[in-house]
Design a protein around this ligand. Structure first.
Ligand code: 13P
Length: 301
């Protein structure tokens, strides 16, 4: 029997109200303890790398991460995902995104994300559509983003409470419906109060402000978009909001800062110490934060 595809697994998670975590690997030694913790807890997880992690951290290249994944993977519990390849990056550079994403699909990435969220709606639709077309030949699901999930940009964050209560940058439910329909999108990343942990030098070690989520707004998006929804900035969100989000359409959550910071702290002493701290952090994320222990059996059977 062929192995369940990532498209099938995430769809099942969405239908069951279970979340699929996707763990970022900005440093190679993180891969082993991340996969080990997923397996030891019988959970299911995606291993992912974002373009910026090959440029601003030590992921090196998409191929290097693919090779490392091949050595560490356990297909009873894991799949390989390509996180953020932006059309325009956090520094304003235009990226040759179709070429880079196509190369990743040739390398064997099993799902991909194109981030056109810095573009106006019409251009985001056109850009995301180009990737959806390219992905057909590989039968690979595509994640797109609508709304502003801030945090990766340099410069200070606006005050969080203001951001949350104003709803500025939140994904519009009506636009989400249009975007998914016109693009034929598999998964949609939304902005509902979530934000990315900082990556700028001088701020990348900061503790994240505890984020909230506007669940009523999520319900509206979920009712109209009708595809699995994705939550970026998955570190440091208040647990009660997470649980509600998983019941209301969030089927994939990206976790970066919560495992990167412990690694970097430990690695200042030794790589082994960094790996030990990642493993411990993963157990906490899986068991306490997300409550996904044992999900592999439910999602892959
Ligand atoms: P955090 O670093 O805030 O967990 O966000 C990770 C993420 O969304 C990667 O795409």
């Amino acid at each position: 029997m062929s192995k369940p595809t990532t498209r099938e697994i995430v769809k099942k998670a969405w239908q069951l109200g279970i979340v699929v975590p996707a763990y970022n690997i900005p440093h190679h030694p993180m891969m082993e303890p991340v996969v080990r913790a997923i397996r030891d807890t019988g959970s299911f997880g995606l291993i992912q790398v974002a373009r910026l992690e090959t440029v601003k951290f030590k992921a090196e290249s998409f191929k290097a991460i693919r090779d490392l994944y091949e050595k560490n993977k356990d297909e009873k519990y894991t799949r390989l995902h390509l996180d953020h390849v932006p059309v325009i990056d956090e520094d304003g550079n235009h990226i040759d995104y179709v070429k880079e994403i196509t190369e990743c699909m040739q390398l064997g990435f099993e799902s991909v994300m194109v981030d056109g969220s810095r573009l106006p709606l019409k251009e985001n639709i056109a850009a995301t559509l180009r990737v959806v077309e390219a992905a057909k030949a590989f039968n690979v699901p595509v994640e797109g983003e609508l709304g502003a999930v801030i945090g990766h940009e340099a410069g200070p964050m606006p005050p969080y409470e203001e951001l949350f209560s104003s709803g500025k940058g939140f994904t519009s439910a009506a636009e989400a419906e249009q975007f998914v329909k016109e693009v034929g999108l598999d998964w949609l990343s939304v902005a509902i109060g979530n934000f990315h942990g900082a990556i700028a030098p001088g701020r990348k070690d900061d503790k994240k402000v505890e984020a909230k989520l506007n669940i009523d707004h999520l319900k509206k998006i979920n009712a109209l978009a009708k595809v699995p929804l994705v939550l970026h900035g998955g570190s440091g969100i208040q647990k009660a909001f997470l649980r509600e989000a998983f019941k209301n359409g969030i089927a994939k959550i990206n976790v970066g800062t919560n495992i990167r910071q412990p690694y970097e702290r430990g690695a200042a002493e030794s790589v082994k110490k960094g790996q030990d701290l990642v493993y411990q952090a993963m157990l906490d994320v899986i068991r306490v934060e997300l409550g996904v222990e044992g999900t592999a059996a439910k999602l892959l059977n």
